[in-house]
Design a protein around this ligand. Structure first.
Ligand code: AMP
Length: 286
């Protein structure tokens, strides 16, 4: 007999059972919202759930730690998994179904199709995590086909991912509105992330300099300042604060992510840096 307590909301483990539920909703004329996640849920995820609820009659949240978006030396094995606690939070936020498939369900033997998105994946995360976006695009294409939501909410926290998903949906004619959700932050400005759980208290204190550096540089950039010296100073500040490495701190066109010398059009300042063994990313509108 299983000692696992039943989860406090309906859970679909298979694509077939998810599809049955969604089919019934659609037959009843209901609008469907969707929030894909990798679990270890925090207030940032839950803000996306609220956005989906405000735009749909029924909300599906997926929890799937997608192996294909992790590089060989990345944290797939130790990524936090806490399904029972996540399910309790989703139930409290009025989520109608949790879709929590196994890896075998998502990638049955013989699976050999990969979705790759060009251009917007060339730089930044694409440079430092070369296989990441093919994994993201493939799993998001699959999830959108499985749920077939009217609306799906993605966080601006993963800004390049948001652009990749928008491109994918346009290029593959997927009939889902992609809605961006603002980044939810801790009191000191650190963007909430499931990976913040990896930080020691010392590293957590260092991490707070990431949003400060972004905010300071963005304020200067908004006055028309040149990006290059601000980026150099920002990198130096992060290293001085205790980051071990800054992979990028970059001003980019908000739509294409092409590099910019000045914020002379809608722009985004994006950063990836390592504190201890934890890799943190963040970004801000300029
Ligand atoms: P993840 O579970 O990290 O794959 O993230 C699932 C979704 O939540 C993605 O669309 C993320 O961009 C979004 N997300 C992650 N952190 C935050 C945050 N601090 N604020 C808002 N959305 C977030």
């Amino acid at each position: 007999m299983s000692e696992t307590a039943p989860l406090p909301l309906p859970v679909a483990r298979s694509v077939a059972s998810l599809r049955q539920t969604v089919k019934d909703w659609r037959a009843a004329g209901l609008r469907i919202g969707f929030v894909p996640t990798m679990g270890a849920l925090h207030a940032g995820h839950l803000s996306l759930v609220e956005m989906a609820r405000a735009r749909a009659d029924r909300v599906v949240v997926s929890i799937f730690v997608n192996p294909t978006q992790f590089g060989p030396s990345e944290d797939f094995g130790k990524y936090p998994r806490q399904e029972a606690a996540d399910a309790a939070r989703l139930a409290a936020f009025g989520v109608d179904v949790l879709f929590a498939p196994t890896v075998a369900e998502m990638y049955p033997a013989g699976a050999s199709t990969t979705v790759t998105v060009g251009l917007v994946t060339d730089r930044l995360e694409g440079e430092f995590r070369p296989t990441h976006f093919a994994g993201v695009a493939t799993v998001v294409a699959k999830l959108l086909n499985q749920v077939r939501p009217d609306v799906a909410v993605f966080g601006e926290k993963d800004y390049q991912q948001l652009l990749v998903v928008r491109r994918l949906v346009r290029d593959l004619d997927i009939d889902t509105d992609i809605v961006p959700g603002p980044t939810v932050r801790e009191a000191d400005g650190l963007a909430m992330s499931s990976r913040n759980a990896y930080l020691s208290s010392e590293d957590r204190a260092i991490a707070a300099s990431l949003p400060s550096v972004l905010n300071f540089a963005a304020t200067q950039l908004r006055t028309g300042a040149d990006a290059a010296p601000l980026i150099e100073a920002g990198k130096a500040e992060l290293l001085k604060a205790g980051f071990g490495a800054v992979q990028y701190l970059d001003l980019a066109d908000a739509e294409t992510l092409a590099p910019l010398a000045k914020a002379d059009r809608p722009a985004r300042l994006l950063v990836a840096a390592l504190v201890g063994r934890t890799r943190l990313i963040d970004n801000i509108a300029v």
